[in-house]
Write a protein that binds this ligand. Structure first.
Ligand SMILES: *Cc1c(COP(=O)(O)O)cnc(C)c1O
Length: 343
C-alpha cells in the first residue's frame, strides 16, 4: 500500500470511479444515552441519506448508478423482497436521474401498496410481483426481464439484490472513511461498529475501508455484522471476497490479516429474514424511547438487539464508545406487520 494517509488513499481510489450524486453526505453521527453496563452509544444516521426517504442503499447507488450512466444504460432493473428498501431507493434514484426503473419483487400482488411499495409507485417505478421470495428465483426473473428489455432495444443496467457488487460496496468503503473522520472530530473512539447485514456489501465495504486504515498501522474498532438473513450467513468467504474485489476497484489491496477477523453474528436472526423477534421488538422500543430513533423490524431492530445483548453481557467497559450504524428501513414500519403492536 502507498504511503498516503488511508483517508487520502480511499479518496484517490474512488476519484477515478464514476459516481452519481444522490445521497446527502456525511450523515450525522449522534451521541446517545449510555448502554446497559455504561458504554456510550453513538448512532450513525444512514436513515438520513436523503434519497427517497434514506437508508444505506443510497451509498451503493451513487456508485452503481454512476457505472450505469457511464455504460450508457437507459433503464435500471433490480430485485428484492416485497418490502425491499433497496428497490425503493433504486426507484428514487431512477426518478432523480431520469431513468425508468423496473423492480422484480417477492411476495404476492397487493391491492393497496404500503410502505416501500407505496413509495416505489410514487417514484414511478414499474413493480413486477413474481410470487416467489427465493433469492435465486428473484435474480433469475430480474435477468429474464433485462433480456426482454434488451430485445426491445433498451439498454438495461441490472443491479443484483441489495446492490451488493464490488461497485456498490465502494460506497461503504468510503463510508468507513466518513465515520473515522467524524469520530476524530467528535472525540469518539469506538471499540466497535455494529450494523445489520443481509446481502453483504455494507459489511464488505466497511471491512475494506477498515483494512485500509489497519494496513496504515492505525488501531481500528471491531466491526460487528449482525445477520438478518440466512443466505449470507452460509458464506463468510463471500464477504471477504467481496471486500477484496472492492479494494481492487479502488486500486488498493489488502492482506487477509487486515480483513480478519470477520465477526458475523447470527444470534439475533430468529426464524428467518423478515420474521420479527421479541428481542428486536424490545430494541425497537428502546431506540424509540431513548432517542426518538425509528428502527425497522427486519434489519435495524435486530442489529440494535445485538448491541444491547453484547452490552448486557459485558463486552464493553463503562465509557467505551460503541457506534450503531442505523442503516435505514423506516418505511417498512408503515407496511402490514411493520409495527409491533405489543410493547
Ligand atoms: C439492505 C439493508 C441492510 C443490509 O445491507 P446489505 O448491504 O444488504 O447487507 C441493512 N439495513 C437496512 C435497513 C437495509 O435496507
Amino acid at each position: 500500500m502507498s504511503g498516503l494517509h488511508p483517508a487520502a488513499a480511499l479518496a484517490a481510489g474512488a476519484a477515478v470511479l464514476p459516481r452519481a450524486s444522490l445521497a446527502t453526505l456525511p450523515t450525522p453521527l449522534e451521541p446517545g444515552p449510555p448502554l446497559p453496563g455504561g458504554a456510550r452509544l453513538w448512532v450513525k444516521r444512514d436513515d438520513l441519506t436523503g434519497l427517497g426517504l434514506g437508508g444505506n442503499k443510497a451509498r451503493k447507488l451513487e456508485l452503481l448508478c454512476g457505472a450505469a450512466l457511464a455504460a450508457g444504460a437507459d433503464v435500471l432493473v433490480t430485485a428484492g423482497a416485497g418490502q425491499s428498501n433497496h428497490c425503493r431507493t433504486t426507484a428514487a434514484a431512477g426518478a432523480r436521474l431520469g431513468l425508468p426503473v423496473h423492480l422484480v419483487l417477492g411476495g404476492p400482488e397487493v391491492a393497496e401498496p404500503a410502505g416501500n411499495q407505496l413509495l416505489s409507485r410514487l417514484f414511478g417505478a414499474h413493480q413486477h410481483m413474481v410470487g416467489t421470495s427465493a433469492w435465486p428465483e428473484l435474480e433469475a426473473a430480474k435477468d429474464a426481464l433485462c433480456a426482454r428489455l434488451e430485445q426491445d432495444g433498451a439498454r438495461p443496467y441490472g443491479i443484483p439484490i441489495g446492490g451488493s457488487t464490488p461497485v456498490g460496496a465502494v460506497g461503504f468503503a468510503l463510508a468507513w472513511r466518513e465515520l473515522m473522520e467524524q469520530c476524530a472530530d467528535e472525540a469518539c473512539r469506538p471499540s466497535a461498529v455494529v450494523h445489520a447485514t443481509s446481502s453483504g456489501a455494507t459489511h464488505a465495504g466497511l471491512l475494506a475501508g477498515r483494512a485500509v486504515y489497519r494496513a496504515a498501522g492505525l488501531t481500528v474498532p471491531d466491526l460487528v455484522a449482525v445477520a438478518v438473513a440466512k443466505g449470507i450467513v452460509l458464506d463468510e468467504t463471500a464477504v471477504v471476497g467481496l471486500a477484496r474485489e472492492t479494494l481492487g476497484l479502488l486500486g488498493l489491496e489488502s492482506s487477509a490479516d487486515a480483513l480478519a477477523p470477520l465477526e458475523l453474528r447470527t444470534d439475533e436472526l430468529g426464524p428467518d429474514y423478515g420474521v420479527p423477534t421479541a428481542e428486536g421488538d424490545a430494541a425497537l422500543h428502546w431506540a424509540a424511547r431513548h432517542g426518538g430513533w425509528v428502527l425497522d423490524r427486519t434489519y435495524t431492530a435486530k442489529a440494535l438487539a445485538a448491541v444491547l445483548a453484547l452490552a448486557d453481557a459485558g463486552r464493553w467497559a463503562p465509557g467505551d464508545d460503541v457506534v450503531f450504524w442505523h442503516t435505514g428501513g423506516v418505511p417498512s414500519l408503515f407496511a402490514p406487520g411493520g409495527y409491533p403492536t405489543s410493547g
